[in-house]
Write a protein that binds this ligand. Structure first.
Ligand SMILES: Nc1ncnc2c1ncn2[C@@H]1O[C@H](COP(=O)(O)OP(=O)(O)OP(=O)(O)O)[C@@H](O)[C@H]1O
Length: 253
């Protein structure tokens, strides 16, 4: 669906060129310390910041050649802080800019535990509620515009979608992203600070540091104790509930 060929940014904030592919149905986590370039990479993947070296292609076509409307029907970006702009009700905000079936709105609100807030003013939401509404809105943007002939559910790019969520909502959201990926064959890219969410839910992980992707692959290959402790300058311990379980990185007291 999305392919990067030596795609990079040479002006500040810069990114060392990256090769890679994102396939329908897959959940990719982008992790790395503060200032590593995760949001910058996401804006390059979305096309908001065109790459300055190499190329990024969506469905085989260069991102910068897409018409805005056509691109909006294939990929959605949910940034860290989306402005509300107006006093929308939740059910209106979710479908801003698109014209979804009522059933899709209800489904997405239900998916993210938002049904009880449908009639509420978005200005009155808590931080975590608002964050879930914005994720629902991103999904609505691409699912409602999906063409009848589309083989997949498009590309959903999420910048730290769990940062304001309690642990129960983090789990529900990450499980729901996996369901959307599989059910709609959506490709989902998620910037995450919680490395344990990445190792539990992501198919693959890209680890960034200082504007460079320094490791990529399966979560348990990328999120090794030594690498993470070094990159984050943190004292950590690895906990594994069973040999088959995902490794859990915990802070040392
Ligand atoms: N317009 C700008 N001018 C100069 N530097 C910038 C600009 N925008 C971002 N940067 C710098 O580029 C680097 C990468 O920023 P980016 O927001 O991509 O990091 P991040 O990995 O998403 O960080 P965080 O985890 O803190 O959200 C940071 O050091 C940031 O200060």
């Amino acid at each position: 669906m999305l392919t990067l060929h030596k795609a990079g940014l040479s002006t500040t904030p810069a990114l060392v060129p990256i090769d890679g592919t994102l396939r329908p149905g897959e959940l990719l986590a982008i992790v790395g310390p503060n200032g590593a370039g995760k949001s910058t990479l996401l804006s390059m993947l979305s096309g908001y910041r065109p790459c300055e070296e190499g190329e990024v292609r969506l469905d085989g076509r260069l991102l910068q050649e897409w018409e805005i409307d056509a691109l909006a029907s294939r990929r959605a970006l949910v940034a860290q802080q989306e402005p509300l702009g107006f006093d929308w009700r939740v059910e209106e905000l979710v479908c801003l800019g698109c014209n979804p079936e009522k059933a899709l709105i209800a489904e997405l609100l239900d998916d993210l535990d938002l049904i009880h807030l449908a009639k509420r003013s978005a200005l009155t939401l808590s931080g975590g509620e608002r964050q879930r509404v914005m994720v629902a809105r991103g999904a609505c943007q691409i699912l409602s515009r999906r063409s009848a002939t589309a083989k997949d559910g498009g590309l959903l790019l999420l910048d730290e979608p769990t940062s304001a969520l309690d642990i129960g909502q983090q789990q529900r959201l990450m499980r729901q992203l996996r369901v959307w990926a599989e059910q709609h064959q959506m490709a989902i890219v998620c910037v995450l600070h919680d490395l344990n969410l990445a190792s539990t839910y992501a198919d693959r992980v890209w680890l960034l540091n200082k504007g460079q992707r320094i490791s990529h692959g399966l979560p348990n290959q990328v999120l090794s104790l030594d690498t993470i402790a070094d990159i984050y300058a943190a004292e950590l311990q690895l906990i594994r509930a069973s040999p088959a379980a995902a490794p859990f990185l915990a802070l040392r007291p």
